[in-house]
Design a protein around this ligand. Structure first.
Ligand code: FAD
Length: 382
């Protein structure tokens, strides 16, 4: 493993220079100024063989086990390497297609995801269907060789850059709820698709409202059965909820940053701050153990399923508490904007964005319902 670690470290060190140097510690979906460079970086990673690490080799992945994947992400965080922007394809749709897609879909879409040449967005939420995803109204009808799709999706991250969207559509009567939904792969660059940006409290515009007005997609670009899209959508959500596994080393680096900040600001001897740091560190170790268990299950070919909700619930609240702690260490300085009219600092950006983390990929209340019902077998929420 030491050899693999040295290989990752050497590669990152050699590439994070020159034109990619400004991306260090930056990038990610919310960094609009760095979008083009972030994408170039993704392609550089792909050329180096550092994407699709956990995908099996027969699907073009590296087939790496959990320990190697964790090692890669540790080195990635230590190198202060750029925030990733292709997670919707690589960590959510890719594994779903490997598990449930047809060979034709796998051949058509997996290479573009792995090479970061085709970008994806997720079309689940609607104005009246968020937590209650079975209330989706966006309708799809089969006409000849095509599906024709009409309806509105909302909070669609990165739709402004996406080439395709995986869309949960209503194909049965509305009353059929989750039994009348179909999962379609839809091209975004066509006349029937309109993308309107939504500005967030971070000041950035990472997500959108997307309108489908008789948009079309080939009949064969359906994952799972007609009216059988629900289990496919749930599989994708399982991968989405467990994708933070990759973030553990970043969280470790964030905690180290807060500890260093507390020392430099003379707050490290404040008993209240020390107690919160110690608690944060203990919880981080719990998360590491949970991550390793999930990675081992994934490596053994078991989908994360409902248990991924435990990890999602845990890290999102942990992260909010850590960023609250960082703001308290900074004191009044945490309130000062970096510039006019609304330029937030990196700490403010992280703090504000962390509010979204207990909402996206299913809110905390929904995760608790899933844990209660599907992990613990308690009676259903009515
Ligand atoms: C940054 C960000 C990015 C996102 N990106 C995407 C994306 O790319 N694609 C996409 O499709 N969606 C995306 N979403 C949407 C996200 O999945 C939804 O916001 C989320 O599922 C909650 O749905 P909602 O906003 O409609 O809230 P609602 O469902 O209206 O919920 C409102 C409140 O009621 C609570 N609640 C609802 N039902 C229950 C219940 N049964 N029991 C207890 N409490 C309940 C919720 O927990 C919440 O606190 C994104 C959201 C954010 C914040």
């Amino acid at each position: 493993m030491a050899e693999f670690r040295a290989q990752v470290r050497g590669w990152l060190r050699s590439r994070l220079t020159g034109r990619f140097e400004p991306l260090m510690g930056r990038g990610g979906p919310a960094d609009e100024q760095m979008w083009e460079l972030s994408l170039e970086w993704e392609r550089e990673l792909a050329r180096g063989g550092w994407t699709a690490l956990g995908w099996p080799r027969e699907f073009g992945g590296r087939g790496l086990g959990p320990v190697e994947q964790v090692t890669f992400y540790e080195e990635y965080a230590l190198a202060n390497a750029p925030g990733r922007v292709t997670h919707l394809g690589e960590m959510m749709l890719g594994p779903t297609l490997i598990e449930l897609g047809t060979p034709e879909q796998q051949r058509r879409f997996l290479p573009g995801i792995k090479n970061a040449t085709e970008l994806w967005c997720q079309g689940y939420s609607e104005p009246d269907a968020g937590s209650d995803l079975a209330a989706v109204r966006t309708r799809a009808q089969l006409r000849g060789d095509d599906w024709v799709i009409s309806g509105t999706k909302v909070w669609t991250s990165l739709a402004q850059h996406a080439d395709f969207c995986f869309v949960l559509c209503r194909t049965g009567p509305f009353e059929s709820r989750h039994r009348g939904l179909t999962y379609l792969l839809v091209p975004m660059r066509q006349p029937g698709v309109t993308v309107r940006p939504i500005r967030q409290m971070t000041g950035t515009r990472e997500f959108n409202e997307v309108t489908f007005d008789e948009a079309v997609t080939p009949a064969s670009w359906r994952v799972g059965a007609v009216d059988g899209g629900w289990p496919v959508a749930m599989a994708t959500l399982g991968y989405e909820r467990s994708r933070r596994l990759a973030h553990f080393p970043i969280m470790r680096a964030e905690l180290d940053g807060v500890i260093a900040l507390a020392r430099s600001r003379g707050r490290a001897s404040d008993p209240h701050i020390r107690e919160r740091i110690a608690r944060s560190y203990s919880e981080l170790l719990v998360m590491r153990t949970m991550n390793e268990r999930t990675l081992a299950a994934l490596a053994a070919g078991r989908a994360p399923g409902a248990a991924a909700s435990i990890g999602k619930l845990y890290w999102s609240h942990w992260h909010q508490r850590l960023l609250d702690l960082q703001a308290d260490v900074l004191g009044l300085e945490s309130q000062l904007l970096a510039g006019d009219p609304y330029q937030v600092t990196a700490a403010q950006q992280a703090l504000l964005y962390s509010r979204a983390e207990t909402i996206f990929a299913g809110s905390s209340e929904i995760q608790r319902n899933i844990i209660a019902e599907r992990v613990l077998g308690l009676p259903k929420d009515t």
